[in-house]
Design a protein around this ligand. Structure first.
Ligand code: 9MR
Length: 686
C-alpha cells in the first residue's frame, strides 16, 4: 500500500467508525461536539456559512400540510445482475398529468437505501418546504449506492468502497431509466439533480461532474475521500460553468474530512467555476446532512420552467440564453432586504424576488456599491457595508454571477474625497451642478482640493477595501464609469478625478483593483457608445489604457436606449467596432425608454433623466418596444462570441430608474410584455 492509499484507507476507517456510530444515533445532535475525525481542521477565510442554521421543526410531521408518499421499490439491475431496492418519495398531489424533476440522493459508506430516511426524513422535510412554498414539488430517489450482489452494509464496510465507484453504471444505466419509465418525470439534465452525504457526496461530485450531460444540479455534503482530485472532477472549467445550474459544496467546521471539500472549493474558485460553498458548525454528522438538504432543496430546479418561484410555465431568459451569454439585472436594496415599503407592498416585493430568481443568472448592484453609499465618510470607520453585503448574500444564495458597480465615477462621490488644502483653479472646467438630486456629488465640489497623491491614496484605500472585501464573490467590477466626455473633441470628461490626478487616474484605478483581486474581471463602463463619435473616443481611450499596461479586461456598454434609435443596425455597428478591441463585451445597463421625452437624446447622464421620462409614452409604445428589443437581441446573438453578459437595468418597470418610460421586458406587476416573447423568439425558444 503506498502513502496515498494509506491516507485513503485511514480516512475510510475513520468514516467507517463514524458510519457505525452515526447510523446508530438517529438524532445527530447527540453526536455534536464529538470532535473532528479524519484529520485536523484548518479553516480559511472563505470557510463560512452561506446560510443561517434552519429553524427548529424542519422535519416535524405537520398535521396541517399535505403529505407525499414514500415507496420502497425494486428494479432489475443489469449492471449488478440482481434485483435491487430504492426508496422513492413522490410529492403531495403527485399526478401523471404533470411532469416532475428528480433528485437522486446518495448515502454514506455505512448506509443503504434507508439511510437518508433515518438521518433526515426527506419526505417530511420536503412536505414542509413544499407546503411553505420554499421548494418545488419533486421526486426524490434514494437508491443503494453499493453496487454489488450483496449490497447490505455488513462485515467490513471499508471493503465495499469499490462497489461505490461501480454504482456509476447502475445509476446511469438502471436506476435513472427505471425511474423515468415508471414515474412522470422531466427526463432531461435541467430537471435532474444528484447529491449525497459523505461517500455519497463523493459519488455525486464524481458522477455528476463527470456526466454534465445528465445532471445540471450537483451537491456534495461533507464529501468523503472517494472524491476525485479537483482537476479530474472538473477538467474543463468553462464547460462546467456553462452547463451547471448549481454546484453545492458544504461541510461542517468540526468535520475532519473538510479538507476534501476545501480542496474542491479552492480549485473551483481558482478556475472561476460558480459554486456555493457553505460551512456550518456541525461535524461529519446527520445534522449537517439534514440541514444541507434543507437548503439545497430550496435552490433545486429554480429558474427551470417548473422552479419553485415559477407561478406559471413562463419560459426564462436564463434558460433561453444559457449557451450564449449571462443574462442579468441590476437590483437595489428594496429587493435584497425582501421587505415591502411605502412604494412596493410585501406581495409585490415577493413577486419581484421570484421574477429575479427565476429569470436571471447574473446580478449587478444598482446603487449599493457607489462611493456615496458604501464609503460616505472619510477613514476606515467611514464605510457602510450593510446594503452591499445584503446584495452579495442575496446573489450567492441564488448562485448568481455578481457584478460590482462602480469604483471610480465623477458622480455620487462625496465631497470629502476631493477636499484638501490646495486652492481650486480659477475655472474648474465642467460647470458645477447643484444638488444631490441630480447626482451633483463630486462634480459640484468647488472648495479647496486634495493633492494628486492624496486623492490617489484615497482611491487606493477605497478600491482595496471594497474589492478586497468581496474578493472571489464579486466576479466583475465596473472599475471606472463614464470617464469619456460627451461633446467636443476632448476624450476625457473634465471631472475632478481628471483635474486633480490627471489622465492616468483611469489606469491607476485598474491597477489598484487588480492588486485587490487578481481574479476579478475589470471593466471600463460607459454610455452612449451607440453614437459613433463617442465610440471613437472609447476606442482611443482603451488603446491608450492598453499602452499604459492597465488591466482592462472587458468593455461595458451601458445601452440606455430609446425606442426611436434602438434597432439591429445601430447595435450591430456598435458591437462590430467594439469587438475590434479584442476584449469581451458586456452590455451593462440595458433598457429602452419609451417615453416621449426620452427620444431626443441617448444619454444616460442622470441629470437628463427627469426630462427623458416626461411627456407620456410614444404612440404604440409596446409594439415599438418589442421591435426594438427584437433588433438589439438579434445583434447580441450575432456577436455572441464577444458578448459575454447582458444586464438589464432593473428587473421590471416598477424597479427602473426610468419607470415612466416603461423600458424593460417586464411590466410594473413583473409580468412579461410582448417584448419578452420577442427576445425569446430571437433565442429560438418560442
Ligand atoms: O439607476 C440608478 C439610479 O437609481 C440612481 O439614482 C442613479 C444615481 O446613482 O444612478 C442610476 O444608475 C446609473 C448608473 O449607476 C451609471 N450609468 C447610468 C445609470 C442611470 O443613470
Amino acid at each position: 500500500m503506498n502513502a496515498k492509499q494509506m491516507i485513503f484507507r485511514g480516512s475510510l476507517i475513520g468514516l467507517l467508525a463514524l458510519a457505525s456510530q452515526a447510523a446508530d444515533v438517529p438524532d445527530a445532535r447527540a453526536r455534536r461536539g464529538g470532535g473532528a475525525f479524519g484529520g485536523p481542521v484548518e479553516l480559511g477565510p472563505d470557510d463560512k456559512a452561506a446560510f443561517d442554521d434552519p429553524p427548529a421543526g424542519i422535519v416535524a410531521e405537520r398535521a396541517d400540510v399535505p403529505h407525499g408518499k414514500l415507496a420502497m421499490i425494486e428494479y432489475e439491475s443489469k449492471s449488478v445482475g440482481t434485483t435491487r431496492k430504492m426508496n422513492v418519495y413522490t410529492p403531495p398531489g403527485y399526478s401523471t398529468d404533470r411532469k416532475y424533476p428528480v433528485l437522486y440522493l446518495l448515502h454514506g459508506i455505512g448506509g443503504d437505501e434507508t439511510e437518508w430516511q433515518r438521518f433526515a426524513t426527506p419526505n417530511l422535510l420536503l412536505d414542509n418546504l413544499i407546503a411553505d412554498g420554499k421548494a418545488m414539488p419533486m421526486i426524490i430517489v434514494m437508491p443503494n449506492g453499493r453496487a454489488r450482489q450483496n449490497d447490505r452494509a455488513e462485515g467490513n464496510v471499508f471493503a465495499s468502497a469499490p462497489a461505490f465507484a461501480a454504482f456509476e453504471k447502475d445509476l446511469l444505466d438502471d436506476v435513472i431509466p427505471t425511474i423515468e419509465s415508471r414515474y412522470s418525470v422531466q427526463a432531461d439534465r435541467e430537471h435532474r439533480g444528484l447529491a449525497g452525504l459523505s461517500m455519497g457526496g463523493g459519488q455525486s461530485l464524481n458522477f455528476g461532474l463527470g456526466h454534465l450531460d445528465a445532471f445540471a444540479w450537483v451537491g456534495g455534503f461533507s464529501s468523503a475521500p472517494n472524491t476525485k482530485p479537483p482537476a479530474e472532477l472538473v477538467p474543463d472549467p468553462e464547460a462546467a460553468t456553462r452547463q451547471l445550474r448549481l454546484l453545492w459544496l458544504s461541510c461542517g467546521n468540526q468535520d475532519g474530512l473538510i479538507r476534501i471539500s476545501q480542496g474542491v472549493h479552492a480549485y473551483l474558485r481558482e478556475h472561476n467555476v460558480p459554486h456555493l460553498w457553505h460551512v456550518d458548525g456541525n461535524g461529519h454528522d446527520p445534522t449537517h446532512w439534514r440541514n444541507s438538504l434543507y437548503h439545497f432543496a430550496q435552490l433545486l430546479f429554480a429558474g427551470t420552467a417548473a422552479g419553485p418561484t415559477s407561478s406559471s410555465d413562463t419560459p426564462t431568459l436564463r434558460a433561453a440564453f444559457r449557451d450564449c451569454f449571462l443574462i442579468g439585472t441590476a437590483i437595489n436594496r428594496g429587493l435584497t432586504s425582501g421587505a415591502g415599503s411605502r412604494w412596493r407592498s410585501q406581495e409585490q416585493v415577493d413577486r419581484d424576488i421570484a421574477q429575479v430568481t427565476e429569470q436571471f443568472n447574473q446580478l449587478t448592484a444598482e446603487n449599493e456599491m457607489k462611493w456615496e453609499r458604501i464609503h460616505p465618510r472619510e477613514g476606515t470607520e467611514g464605510y457602510e457595508f450593510g446594503a452591499a453585503d445584503a446584495f452579495v448574500d442575496f446573489g450567492l444564495k441564488r448562485d448568481m454571477y455578481l457584478v460590482g458597480h462602480t469604483l471610480v465615477w465623477h458622480s455620487q462621490t462625496p465631497n470629502w474625497v476631493f477636499a484638501g488644502t490646495n486652492p481650486p483653479p480659477a475655472t474648474t472646467g465642467e460647470a458645477p451642478r447643484p444638488g444631490r438630486a441630480f447626482g451633483g456629488f463630486g462634480r459640484g465640489y468647488t472648495g479647496p482640493r486634495a493633492s494628486r497623491d492624496e486623492l490617489l491614496e484615497r482611491m487606493r484605500d477605497h478600491i482595496h477595501t471594497v474589492v478586497g472585501r468581496y474578493q472571489g464573490k464579486i466576479k466583475t467590477w465596473d472599475v471606472v464609469n463614464e470617464a469619456i466626455a460627451d461633446g467636443g473633441s476632448d476624450v476625457l470628461r473634465n471631472s475632478l478625478w481628471l483635474q486633480i490626478i490627471g489622465p492616468d487616474f483611469i489606469a491607476k484605478a485598474f491597477e489598484f483593483a487588480h492588486e485587490a483581486d487578481p481574479e476579478a474581471i475589470l471593466r471600463y463602463n460607459d454610455y452612449g457608445l451607440e453614437n459613433p463619435a463617442k465610440r471613437r473616443k472609447l476606442l482611443t481611450l482603451i488603446q491608450s489604457l492598453k499602452e499604459q499596461g492597465a488591466p482592462v479586461m472587458a468593455i461595458g456598454t451601458q445601452a440606455h436606449l430609446n425606442v426611436s434609435g434602438a434597432n439591429f443596425e445601430t447595435m450591430d455597428a456598435c458591437l462590430t467596432e467594439l469587438e475590434a478591441l479584442g476584449l469581451p463585451i458586456h452590455v451593462t445597463e440595458l433598457d429602452v425608454n419609451s417615453a416621449q421625452g426620452g427620444q431626443r437624446n441617448t444619454g444616460a447622464d442622470i441629470a437628463n433623466n427627469a426630462s427623458a421620462t416626461q411627456g407620456g409614452l410614444v404612440d404604440e409604445a409596446n409594439q415599438r418596444l418589442t421591435q426594438a428589443y427584437e433588433g438589439i437581441f438579434r445583434a447580441f446573438m450575432k456577436h455572441r462570441a464577444s458578448v459575454e453578459m447582458v444586464t438589464f437595468w432593473g428587473p421590471n418597470d416598477a424597479n427602473s430608474w426610468r419607470r415612466n418610460g416603461s423600458p424593460l421586458l417586464f411590466d410594473v406587476n413583473a409580468e412579461p410584455k410582448p417584448a419578452f416573447d420577442a427576445v425569446l423568439r430571437v433565442a429560438g425558444k418560442k
